[in-house]
Design a protein around this ligand. Structure first.
Ligand code: PEP
Ligand code: MN
Length: 361
């Protein structure tokens, strides 16, 4: 199936025509004409490995799906969510996002992303970086630009934070993921980050998505806290449609009715996203739970559910953290969890790479 969306939701407005691999150019043109219904500007054409798909997302009303389906060379017609490039139907083989230093996200090896919520100072960041690298992390996280609920809360160190991240990378060989919060600073973030994070609050900031993708750096797209999987995949589609295929999805919990956790980590999203999309999926049980003692169980569960990696907040002194202390692991807690994740990974046919003597760049 194209997606889980039944064709009874035409209000979503997309008509997607996937041509058979053997379709001729004339058959593609003919299907395009029928789909366009006199509005050729509404049709987008995509190609992947010699296959063509045609999509129109602008008033879908005019094209008759049954008529389209009967045209020669048409493999199938789907009404529904208009993501195409992000879909598994379009690209059956998994996307593997590669970062410098031989890091591959979406292959057999899991990726371990760890670090503080926010870059606070040199000592905090470097101590954490060395410690998580020694335990087997391959990516260091840490916000320099922080989207805080309160305007009075610590907003991050900004460009100074980026410099500290760069220093931590040089010292440890860890690669960096850090958040770009707005269009104004996305270039500065891209100049340092190996993977640009677009946070939950910005998942539907479409101009930012376009700008982040246009930097050419891989993008980590976090699910909006009240976003459906269709919406997440459509946000990913913005990145892909900008010509950047290096996209990693992140399940970080959604709003629930029960205040006992900060968010509800949607574990089902992991296998479902893998079914719907070829993009790698990682899980963030730190924001997904909000409580240190729930992070380990949910990290193990995420790996068991098929996540391609986990992102964990770690702090040298969580009690003193300037943001998200209650969900941050201590160094010892992190070490212990990594050992557990190794066993779970092995049980599901994955591997957590051993901490290597990484070659610093
Ligand atoms: C973060 O990972 O630093 C963060 C702010 O998370 P989210 O966007 O998921 O809330
Ligand atoms: Mn945080």
């Amino acid at each position: 199936a194209w997606a889980n969306t039944p064709p009874s939701r035409p209000e979503q407005g997309a008509v997607l025509v996937v041509m058979a691999a053997a379709a001729t150019a004339a058959q593609v043109d003919r299907a395009g004409d029928v789909l366009a219904g006199g509005h050729p500007e509404r049709v987008r054409r995509f190609e992947h490995r010699g296959r063509v798909a045609l999509a129109t997302v602008d008033p879908a009303g005019s094209a008759d799906p049954a008529a389209l389906e009967d045209l020669p060379g048409v493999d199938r017609v789907v009404l529904g969510p208009s993501y195409l490039l992000a879909s598994r139907a379009w690209r059956p083989e998994p996307t593997i996002v590669t970062l410098p230093g031989g890091i591959a996200i979406g292959g057999a090896d899991l990726v371990l992303v760890a670090g503080p919520c926010a870059v606070e100072d040199e000592r905090q960041l470097l101590r954490t970086a060395h410690r998580v690298a020694a335990a087997g992390a391959s990516l260091l996280r840490g916000g320099a630009f922080k989207p805080r609920s309160s305007p009075y809360a610590f907003q991050g160190l900004g460009t100074e934070g980026l410099e500290l991240l760069d220093r931590a990378r040089r010292e440890t060989g860890l690669r960096l993921v850090t958040e770009a919060m707005d269009e104004r600073t996305v270039e500065a973030v891209a100049s340092v980050a190996d993977l640009i994070q677009v946070g939950s609050r910005n998942m539907t900031n479409y101009p930012l998505l376009r700008r982040a993708a246009a930097t050419g750096k891989p993008v980590l797209l976090k699910r909006g806290m009240a976003s459906t999987l269709d919406e997440l995949l459509l946000a990913a589609e913005y990145l892909l449609a900008e010509g950047n295929p290096q996209v990693v999805l992140c399940e970080r919990g959604i709003r629930g009715f029960d205040g006992s956790t900060r968010n509800v980590l949607d574990l089902t999203a992991i296998p479902l996203l893998h079914r719907l999309s070829h993009l790698p999926v990682i899980a963030d049980p730190s924001h997904g739970t909000g409580h240190r003692d729930l992070v380990g169980p949910m990290a193990r569960a995420a790996v068991a559910a098929g996540a391609d990696g986990v992102m964990l907040e770690v702090h040298p002194d969580p009690e003193a953290a300037r943001s998200d202390g209650p969900q941050s692991l201590t160094f010892d807690g992190f070490d212990a969890l990594v050992g557990e994740l190794r066993s779970v990974a092995e049980a599901v046919g994955r591997r957590l790479p051993a901490p290597l003597a990484r070659v610093a760049p």
